[in-house]
Design a protein around this ligand. Structure first.
Ligand code: BG6
Length: 285
């Protein structure tokens, strides 16, 4: 196991971790895991070639941390909160028994939230596990949303299937957040998809015949799954995203959003955990 901190893109501090299973890269900017790769396999995460790497800007790809709100609620100027915009601290790296390693990062205080420290644990092994811990040391209950905005790499967006959400109610962000129910066993993509699936605690799987793998996302304390692909028109509008890059990613986001938002009592902590597991699948016949 080894860990090196270097100046990554844009000169931003980046932690490179190598274990006997896999490699990973984490930017302190936003505590963003931008790369995870099991030895001999394709990278798990998508990272835009056009991403900004600047202090105070969100990284386009990897796993941005959405906190303390999702989207842009009334009265909030910053989309998806400020945790992804801040420089986090690296606390340390701990070895675990099976050859994995856990990096611990923290955002102790922010101007906005003096008594709500954040901790983030990234476990790099045969699988990738990320866990966000929010503690309420203030003197009042704290209401917030959280979300791990994971960009998964895919071989071809038009050929993947996402399963695990059938029968689940969702808010369709492409239709003024109209409430709908997922009828399909598999979600397929041939247009922009931007959906907030509520009360969805089952594992979600991305079946990818081109990369010949299935990525399974399992969670703890996540009541919401967001599925997002910007498709062609939105891709062109995004300055930090290539026009064709929508073909190579899908966001499967785990958290607690909208009516699943969290009310944290004084002195309590909220843990949000997601694990990404890849299995090989056969080439399409
Ligand atoms: C998704 C939202 O989570 O994030 C989308 O559902 C949004 O509506 C997308 O477009 C990307 O947001 P941003 O702020 O990173 O461009």
């Amino acid at each position: 196991m080894s860990m090196t901190t270097i100046n990554g893109r844009g000169g931003l501090p980046m932690v490179q971790i190598q274990t006997s299973w896999s490699t990973a890269e984490i930017y302190l900017q936003g505590a963003c895991v931008t790369h995870f790769q099991v030895h001999g396999e394709a990278p798990l995460l998508f990272l835009s070639e056009h991403s900004r790497f600047e202090p105070g800007a969100a990284i386009r790809g990897g796993i941005p941390i959405i906190f303390p709100w999702f989207g842009r609620p009334p009265g909030r100027a910053t989309q998806h909160g400020f945790a992804r915009l801040r420089a986090w601290e690296l606390v340390g790296l701990h070895r675990t028994g099976d050859g994995s390693a856990t990096a611990h990062l923290s955002l102790p205080t922010t101007a906005e939230l003096l008594s709500i420290p954040l901790d983030y644990y990234v476990t790099i092994g045969k699988t990738l596990t990320v866990e966000l811990v929010v503690r309420n040391y203030s003197s009042a209950p704290f209401a917030f949303e959280n979300c791990l905005h994971t960009y998964l790499a895919v071989g071809d967006i038009e050929r993947i299937r996402v399963t695990g959400l059938q029968g689940t109610e969702y808010l369709d962000a492409t239709a003024k957040f109209l409430r709908k129910q997922e009828a399909a066993e598999s979600i397929r993509f041939d247009r922009e998809v931007d959906r907030i699936y509520l009360n969805s605690r089952n594992a979600v799987e991305v079946h990818d015949p081109v990369l010949q793998r299935t990525v399974q996302v399992t969670t703890e304390n996540s009541a919401t799954t967001v599925i997002w692909n910007p498709w062609m028109t939105k891709a062109r509008d995004m300055v930090d995203f290539g026009d064709e890059e929508y073909r190579r990613m899908v966001c499967v986001e785990s958290g607690n959003v909208a009516e699943n938002g969290i009310q944290l009592a004084v002195g309590e902590e909220a843990r949000l955990k997601a694990t990404y597991r890849q299995t090989k699948s056969d080439a399409p016949g």
